[in-house]
Design a protein around this ligand. Structure first.
Ligand code: LLP
Length: 416
């Protein structure tokens, strides 16, 4: 069983309890709190694992696109994987150059393709023959050449949650890998297109490195075939997907992941690109929240109600995702099984069922761990709840990087 000392040690990995208290007092709850140091070391570990191999890390902005986070990642040398024009624009505002941004997405609109071409992004990751054709026409009309990477679907099971698996034939993503050679020949035949890469992304929160390795091998084999056909490209983009240990155990080793990719690539002479999101920012954040009610009637379960709900963190409601939940100050007393829930009028607004936690009382501060990725970005205004603030800690300093939304902010978009 986890002792109170272990608990404090794991909590201290992100922040001292006194700092968390100060943040809660000043920024209020619920609030997201990120630790810059944790993010930096995750980035450096991944980067260093490539050694001297030519490579680029394109941070998957969808995981957390707060300006301050994107700027921080950029300061470490990262490029960006943007999944919408909104993300492209945020990347540009954070000082990234168009040639440091790849643009992915299964349904890019015409105006998005126009803009991507006009900007001259490093690569537009194309998902279908139709999109390839639309892109070729747009670039031709502008008298320019679009840089294209083809997203291939290798039909590999990522063995992750089905909602976040993308590499099977039955998924909407990419083109079947066996269709790729013909499409690369088509790219070569169209003067307004230039093939720059092969892109693959088989899913997220992948905890076995084997499927990621097999996807990399499939891409490298395709690159060899293309070279055999006299078709040149510049990079191999292996996407993201490396999972983290939400239970606090040992997750996949990100450095080992890089080693496997490098090994799969052999000495292919192409730049190796990855698009990590979760592994960089996930463990660097917590959702800081406060207990608003403890409900325990003899004939029912014990419910601990928090001031955060699925509007702030929807991963448990959407994927049944597990997140560790810890009191900031642990009370003495026997741990108790409880359902930890939010205040929203839906039963899926539940963070944990039958979780054994130290005693909790109204007013207690609680952190939900590993909320740096796919958490704040997936928030909503359901029930007219304002988006929570985001706080970035760096060493002993911290600052609000997004203030709490107000009702006026929300209503500013409306007319009655
Ligand atoms: N590249 C592409 C093309 C992607 O679609 C994604 C994630 C990534 C990279 C980054 O993957 P990561 O390294 O973070 O696994 N909302 C879900 C996750 C959705 C992931 C979507 N794509 C969640 O909360 O688990």
């Amino acid at each position: 069983m986890t002792t109170s000392r272990d608990r404090q040690a794991s909590g201290a990995a992100l922040a001292e309890a006194s700092v968390i208290d100060a943040i809660a007092a000043e920024a209020g709850t619920p609030a997201y709190v990120y630790n810059a140091g944790v993010l930096r070391s995750a980035y450096r570990r991944l980067d260093a694992a490539f050694g001297a191999v030519p490579h680029a890390i394109h941070y998957a902005m969808k995981a957390n696109s707060a300006l301050a986070i994107v700027r921080l990642v950029r300061s470490l040398g990262s490029g960006a994987d943007a999944n919408s024009m909104g993300e492209v624009d945020v990347a540009l505002r954070c000082g990234l150059h168009p040639d440091e941004i790849v643009f992915t997405g299964v349904g890019k609109r015409g105006d998005e393709l126009e803009r991507a071409v006009a900007l001259g992004l490093l690569a537009i990751n194309v998902e279908s023959p139709g999109e390839l054709d639309r892109l070729a026409r747009i670039a031709a009309d502008r008298g320019t050449v679009a840089r294209v990477a083809l997203r291939v679907n290798p039909d590999i099971d990522a063995q992750s949650h089905p909602h976040i698996s993308t590499g099977l034939k039955s998924n909407k993503f990419g083109v079947p890998i066996d269709a790729a050679p013909a499409l690369f020949r088509e790219i070569a035949a169209r003067p307004s297109l230039r093939a720059v890469g092969i892109h693959v992304h088989i899913g997220s929160q992948i905890t076995s490195l084997d499927p990621l390795q097999r996807a990399a091998e499939a891409v490298v084999a395709l690159a060899r075939d293309l070279r055999g056909d006299g078709l040149a490209i510049e990079h191999l983009d292996f996407g993201g997907g490396v999972g983290i240990a939400y239970d606090g155990g040992t997750g996949p080793d990100a450095a080992e992941y890089v080693r496997r990719i490098v090994e799969a690539a052999g000495h292919c002479g192409l730049k190796l690109v990855i698009e990590p999101g979760r592994v960089l920012v996930g463990p660097a954040g917590v959702l800081l929240t406060r207990v608003v009610d403890v409900k325990h009637l003899p004939s029912a379960k014990r419910f601990v109600v928090l001031d955060a709900g699925m509007t702030e963190l929807m991963r448990p409601a959407l994927y049944g995702a597990f997140h560790r939940i810890e009191p900031v100050h642990e009370r003495a007393g026997a741990p108790l099984a409880c359902d930890v829930v939010g205040p929203i009028c839906e039963s899926t607004d539940t963070f944990a069922r039958d979780r054994v936690l130290p005693p909790l009382e109204v007013g207690d501060l609680v952190v939900i761990r590993d909320c740096g990725a796919y958490s704040a970005v997936m928030g909503s205004n359901y029930l007219r709840r304002p988006l929570p603030p985001e706080v970035l800690m760096d060493g002993s300093e911290w600052r609000v990087i997004r203030r709490r939304q107000t009702l006026d902010d929300m209503l500013a978009l409306e007319s009655d």
